[in-house]
Design a protein around this ligand. Sequence first.
Ligand SMILES: CC(C)(COP(=O)(O)OP(=O)(O)OC[C@H]1O[C@@H](n2cnc3c(N)ncnc32)[C@H](O)[C@@H]1OP(=O)(O)O)[C@@H](O)C(=O)NCCC(=O)NCCS
Length: 180
Amino acid sequence: MQTRGYTLKSGKVLIIRDATPDDASSVITFVEALSGQTDYLSFGPGEFGYSEAQERAFIRNSEISINALFLLAFIEDALVGILTFIGGERPRVQHIGELGLMVPKAHWGNGIGSLLLDTLIRWAEEGGIVTKLNLRVRTTNVRAIALYERKGFVIEGTVTRSMRIGDKYFDSHLMGRKID
Ligand SMILES: CC(C)(COP(=O)(O)OP(=O)(O)OC[C@H]1O[C@@H](n2cnc3c(N)ncnc32)[C@H](O)[C@@H]1OP(=O)(O)O)[C@@H](O)C(=O)NCCC(=O)NCCS
């Protein structure tokens, strides 16, 4: 397992490493807590719906896939960021995949999202398999869009009604970044 350490704007040390199946329970706790802090995720509180066994299997799959990545970021022992990237399965779509990024509200603006994205981009550049990173982001999520643009992602299209919360619909941008 590769572990990397960085000093954040706050002066604290951030450790980024690959997730292992034993992280499943902390990942679920993290994700459930974050779902109550933002409505920019595709699930709300209590809606994540993965059991520990399912999360373990998901992480295991990321470990063994040549085109998947599951990164965790820690300050001391506290989990403060997750990045997932899932690549396509068949040969014609193995070079593409979709990423997800989550940082708890208390840690926003401290550079954690930026470092997780840098790690993903470096992994793709060095791996030589993934040549396109895709994501979906709600059109009003200016914080995330600004961060993605700073990392070289461009808006490639807009999907209407990509999310429904109660009786309200929301649109999302499809953003992409080529890896050459
Ligand atoms: C989006 C998210 C991952 C960003 O993580 P983060 O750790 O706060 O990101 P960073 O601190 O590395 O960068 C934040 C950047 O947002 C931008 N930003 C912050 N506030 C902003 C605002 N009000 N308007 C526009 N841009 C803003 C800046 O570019 C900032 O970087 P800078 O301060 O270095 O210039 C985090 O806010 C999050 O998890 N949100 C909830 C879930 C989510 O929206 N995930 C993405 C779904 S696609």
